[in-house]
Structure formats: C-alpha cells, structure tokens
Design a protein around this ligand. Structure first.
Ligand code: G6P
Length: 492
C-alpha cells in the first residue's frame, strides 16, 4: 500500500540525484490582498489539490502562473517563494503573464478551444488564430522558465494539462538531457471530435515531445493513440501503447489520479471539523434535514442545471419530502470572462429561484447555492453533513470530489450518486451510477439514495473506501515516477 512515508522513502532512494520540476498553469498557493493584509489561499483545482501533497513529499520546483494580485509582493528576486507558507517544503516559481497573454492563452485557446474540444458536452469550441498565437507564445515563455530552472541538472519535468500541449517539444529542442512527462487531466476525445481543431497536427506533434504521456483511463489513451494514428505520420504501437515519431518514442499510459485518502479521512474525524459541522448545521439551517450536496467549480461540464432539474422533478414526484430534504450546492465561480460561464451562472440563478419559489414553505427552501471557494475544513464539514452527494458531470476526466466525499465517510454512511461519464465511475462501481442527461433517472436515484437502508449504504461505502484508500495519490505518483525511472538520461 502506497502512503506518504513510502513515497518519501522511494524518492529518497531513487530520485535523490535528480531535480523534480512540476509545471502547471494554476499555482498551488495564491496570495491576494484583503484590504491591507495579504492572505494565502489554495485554489479550487483538482490538479493542484492532488499534486501539492506529492510536492510536499518530494520537494523540488513547481512552476506556475502567478495569478494572485499580491503574488508579486511575496516572491524573492528569482520569483521564488517557499511553500506551504507555514512550513517550507518546496519552491514555487511564479511566471508573470500580461492581461493580453492571459486572455489569449488561458481564457482563449485553453478554455474556449481545448476545454470544450476535449469535453464532449456539446458546447462548441471557438478557434481563434490570435488565441493560438498567444498560446504558442506563452508555451515558449514557460519553456524558457523551465530551462532556466533546470540549468545543467539532471531533471524530471512533469507537465500538467491542456494549457501546455507544446511545452515538452519546446524544452526538448533546447535541452535533450531531461526526462519529460505530461499528464492530461481532462478527457481525450475520439478522433472524430478532435479532428475539427485547425492546429491538431501541431498539438499532437507537441505532445509527442514527451517521453511519457498520461491520461486518467485506458479509454482516453486509446482515443489518443487513434487520433495520432489518423492524423499524423507516426508509428502507433497498440500492443505496447507507444508512439514512435522521428525515431523518438512516447509511452502512453493510464494513471487514475486520486487524493490523499488517509489525510482526508482523518481530517474528517478531527475536532475542528466537528466544530465546523455544528457551526454550519446552525448557519445553514440543516437541523433535522436530510442533506444533499454538490461541490463543483461552476462549469458547464459539471451538469449542475441537470442536477437542479432533477431536484425539481424529485419534489414534484415525491412531495412527501418537502420541508425534509435540503440540497446545498457549493463551489466557486470559474472562468467568468467566458460567455458560456456567464450564461451558466445566470441559468443556475434562474433555476434555483424558480425551484425554490415552487416548493418553499416558511423558512425552508429546497436549494441553497453558495458560490465561494470553501476551505479544506469547511468542505470536509459539508461532506460529513451530507447524507448524499451528487456528482453529475456530463464528462469529466476523473472528478476528485467523488473521492473526497468517500474519504470523509469514515463511518461508512452516506451515498454517492455519480455520473457514469466521469473517470471516477470506473473505480467507484458501488456508487449509484447515473446518466446526468436522464433527468428522470437522476431524480429517481436521489430518492433511492434517501430511502436506501443503512446496511446497503455501509456495504457500498466501505467498498468504495477500500478502492480509494488503495488507489491513493501516493500510488498514482509512485506509478508515474516508477515509469519515469525506466527511462535513461541520454548522457548515460
Ligand atoms: C480542471 C483542469 C485544471 C484546472 C482546474 C481548475 O481540473 O484540469 O487544469 O486547474 O480545472 O480550473 P482553472 O481554470 O480555475 O485552473
């Protein structure tokens, strides 16, 4: 069983001579001004949530966009800051972007083109050549930063996600002596969906700069192999899951990402969480209620309107639950400069107001919507207060909320309703698996969750806890690193 100590030992034994570099767009710690004071927080991102404990174990350098308004105030002359703030475990190197760069690379190409392209949720991607140019420019900027940090050290570079499709190729061209890997945290669609991208060849060519390329599930690996096979000149080996292009090979592997199960499970039982639960029960008026919970960034891939519609239908079909069941939707606004996200926000407000008006009785309302980024403690308290948790993503690479909810239920209570279109559904087979497009089915599963016997809940939850405990984030990292260590540094 992999755990924090085991991973540390592994790294000490096998990786001591190498520098470990992570690159992601989103930084794990953000400094912001609150009045005169500077506060440090963690963003709502599955990627950073999963990788921070890893970096805390291995040490090294994490390179990311410095997006907080107080970020510049706290770094040293090399744009470095030691994190976590309470205990230096690794170095965060911040990269600064202009407003125009952020608009074209992050909002534009990453989130208006690649995000909807890879999530098949029928939101049309927008391809603008100006955004693509900026995306290339920012990938170049990050490649210069990586090269500067590595110098002539032997380094493992681990790139995160769809913001950096071109990065490994750019690094390799200048420094062939490092081992390059990338994890694609979102789904990879089938060739039919991917082929509409005007710069598909460049993207595939860029990604094949990696020695190792990871996806959450085998299905996404297969989609990637097939996409390469159909779209560029390369040899695709379906036996070995390998692509050879220009004499260089890229291994493609599934690594289902996870969470720090033991930490989450024991934090869930802590006294501070118990106190927080009492506070929330009171402030949210949850006393005597059956509580349902949804936790998501407000994103159109998460199926939140479908969830609200299912709640509407549930009360319509089962009016006996009026006044007895409350649904809490929690999570921060996200990517708000993009039109689809603005539209979604308006739609959600409209839906909530309509549904609440339809069923409210005195002080009781069926849906409470909290658009904010909850801290770890509050989030854990919410998980523990929830009799059932709904993850209804229309398409999702993994979904770590599902795993966090499971980790929080040390007493094996609670029911997880989980979309079959998440990566997590492959592991959490004992959840109530749903098709979020089928609102009737979703409403019916809400009833099932509420009426499930305690024995059945215990049986399902303990099975899921076993899975997440075993397939935890340290195992994920251990597997990625073991695979990386099989590569030899070019100079011997
Ligand atoms: C997904 C992506 C991450 C991203 C996160 C939050 O999980 O795979 O790369 O960080 O969403 O989105 P944001 O755009 O706020 O970083």
């Amino acid at each position: 069983m992999w755990n924090r100590e085991g991973l540390k030992e592994f790294i000490k034994q096998k990786m001591a001579d190498y520098l470990f570099v992570i690159v992601s767009n989103r930084e794990p710690y953000v400094h912001t001004f609150q009045g005169e004071e500077i506060k440090c927080g963690m963003p709502a991102s599955g990627v950073t949530m999963a990788l921070d404990p890893v970096m805390q174990s291995c040490g090294g350098i994490w390179i990311a966009h410095g997006s907080g308004d107080a970020d510049k105030e706290v770094v040293d002359a090399h744009n470095h800051i030691q994190v976590p703030p309470e205990e230096s475990r690794y170095t965060l190197r911040r990269v600064w972007l202009t407003k125009e760069e952020e608009a074209g690379y992050y909002y534009g190409f990453s989130n208006e083109a690649l995000w909807p392209l890879c999530h098949v949720v029928y939101t049309r991607p927008t391809f603008k050549s100006a955004d693509w140019e900026t995306y290339k420019k920012v990938n170049e900027l990050f490649s210069r930063t990586v090269l500067e940090e590595i110098g002539d050290k032997k380094a493992f570079v681990f790139i995160q996600d769809y913001h950096f499709a071109l990065l490994s190729r750019l690094i390799r061209e200048k420094n062939p002596n490092c081992i390059l890997s990338q994890f694609w945290h979102i789904p990879w669609p089938n060739p039919e969906a991917f082929r509409i991208c005007p710069w598909k060849e460049e993207i595939l060519h860029g990604l094949l700069g990696n020695d190792l390329l990871g996806f959450h599930i085998r299905y996404h690996c297969m989609n990637f192999l097939e996409t390469v096979d159909r779209m560029i000149e390369a040899r695709t080996d379906y036996e070995k899951f390998e692509i050879i292009k220009g004499g260089k090979s890229t291994r493609v592997r599934p690594f289902p990402i996870s969470i720090d199960f033991d930490e989450a499970s024991s934090r869930g039982q802590s006294q501070e969480v118990e106190i927080e639960m009492r506070r929330l029960r009171k402030t949210l008026g949850l006393g005597g209620q059956i509580v349902g919970l949804g936790v998501d960034r407000i994103d159109y891939t998460k199926g939140i309107p479908e969830r609200f519609r299912a709640i509407d239908l549930f009360f319509e079909k089962y009016p006996q639950y009026k006044g007895k069941v409350k649904f809490i939707q929690a999570g921060p606004l996200s990517r708000i400069h993009i039109q689809q996200y603005k539209d979604l926000n308006e739609e959600l407000t409209r839906l909530m107001v309509e549904i609440n008006f339809k069923y409210e009785r005195g002080r009781w309302k069926p849906i409470q919507f909290h658009r904010s980024n909850f801290g770890k403690k509050e989030l854990m308290a919410l998980y523990r207060l929830a009799d059932f948790c709904v993850v209804s993503s229309l398409h999702d690479g993994m979904n770590l909320v599902a795993k966090e909810y499971v980790a929080s239920r040390a007493d094996n209570t609670g029911v997880l309703i989980l979309s079959q279109f998440t990566g997590a559904a492959r592991e959490l087979e004992s959840a109530l698996l749903v098709n979020p497009y089928d609102v009737d089915g979703l409403a019916e599963n809400i009833r099932l969750a509420i009426e499930m016997t305690e024995g059945e809940k215990q049986k399902r939850m303990s099975k899921m806890r076993e899975v997440v405990q075993k397939n935890n984030i340290y195992r994920w990292t251990g597997k990625v690193l073991s695979e990386l260590l099989r590569f030899e540094f070019p100079e011997g």
